[in-house]
Design a protein around this ligand. Structure first.
Ligand code: FAD
Length: 317
């Protein structure tokens, strides 16, 4: 079922969902199952599976270092199919512009369609670690909006190089990313919202936000988005702080601010368990307020760990 249909069928009740990352190449899918299983009692209607950007892999050969570009966490669509089959839950593969030609994206979407996966998150992806700016590959999309249009064209039965109308049309529900604290490359929140509106106009059905730690940022964002004419559901993304290092890492990687109260509370912690507790409590407080405000879904960035998300979900669902 489509994410938007799950939201409609919930009749205003806030749903629970989460995001997982594929295991590193060579690792078993069992570790994912071990993380998903404790969260299934909260009945997520859908689970997101991320796609990683490629990175350099250095291989020593005859005393020389050889450099190859590879995706260290492949398998997004396969994992989505496996989880869907095993738990009878809808899955949402993240589909990236970065590193994919439009042709490769079409093949991936055809696979999803045959597998009964009818939700996708359409994302640009970040620049690779050695790049200063994002660069589309030859024949790839420069912005997520192009990817949304490609998926919508496919829904209408228009394949890339085919003049024939398809008999069997896909019907993908399309999610896109939104940034309550604006995307790092955007000159202003207003400009970024205009870009978000373009993605919605191209056919995006819902938005999932970047993580934020101050609910006011989300509420202001939703208000500004509505003023911009964005009327699709905006799902808040929540990440519990789990280790002290997150204080530096999260603002650096995701370009978000952390509230002073949260920084001080984490700073005071003497043990990892205390930090985990502070992170969980903060996320519970955030989630309760968002739930009371009637958000459609609370979407958690589990980052491969279920214990924190389970502790939060136990208080809410
Ligand atoms: P876009 O919507 O294309 O926007 C990128 C930037 O370009 C923005 O600054 C925007 O304002 C600007 N822009 C858009 N259109 C134009 C235009 N026509 N002209 C000029 N500027 C323009 N990354 C991964 O690698 N894998 C994942 O699985 C993944 N999942 C994510 C899930 C969520 C919920 C979120 C919020 C992010 C996720 N990301 C993921 C990160 C995402 O790929 C990065 O944030 C990326 O830098 C931007 O992606 P986007 O889809 O928002 O890009």
């Amino acid at each position: 079922m489509k994410v938007t249909d799950h939201i409609k069928n919930a009749n205003g009740k806030t749903l629970f969902s989460f995001e997982i990352i594929p295991p590193k190449k060579g690792n078993s899918i069992q570790q994912l199952y071990n993380n998903i299983e404790p969260l299934m009692e909260f009945k997520p209607p859908f689970i997101d599976v991320t796609t990683s950007r490629e990175e350099y892999l250095y291989i020593e050969k005859d005393g020389l270092l050889d450099r190859k570009i590879t995706r260290m966490r492949p398998g997004t669509v396969g994992i989505c199919a496996a989880i869907k089959h095993k738990y009878d839950v809808d899955t949402v593969p993240h589909v990236l512009c970065g590193g994919f030609t439009k042709e490769e994206t079409e093949y991936l979407l055809v696979d999803c369609h045959y597998l009964g996966i009818n939700n996708v998150m359409a994302l640009r992806g970040d620049a690779m670690k050695h790049q200063q700016y994002f660069e589309a590959c030859d024949g790839g999309h420069q912005f997520a909006k192009g990817l949304v249009s490609q998926i919508q064209n496919l829904n209408k039965g228009h394949y890339l190089h085919d003049v024939l109308e398809a008999d069997d049309k896909s019907d993908f529900c399309i999610g896109v990313a939104g940034y309550p604290e604006k995307h790092i490359e955007s000159p202003s929140l207003r400009t970024d919202l205009k870009r978000l509106k373009e993605k919605v106009d191209a056919g995006a059905d819902y938005v999932v936000t970047q993580m934020f730690f101050d609910n006011k940022k989300y509420f202001d964002f939703v208000k500004a988005a509505k003023a911009e004419g964005i009327n699709v559901p905006i799902i808040p993304g929540i990440k519990p702080i789990a280790v002290k290092r997150h204080l530096q890492l999260l603002p650096q990687v995701f370009k978000i601010d952390l509230p002073e109260d949260l920084i001080e509370a984490v700073d005071r912690c003497k043990t990892n368990e205390q930090v985990r507790q502070v992170g969980v409590e903060w996320a519970i407080t955030q989630s309760k307020e968002l739930q009371q405000a009637g958000v459609p879904v609370l979407h958690y960035y589990s980052m491969g760990k279920s214990d924190n998300v389970k502790a939060i979900a136990s208080e809410l669902f």
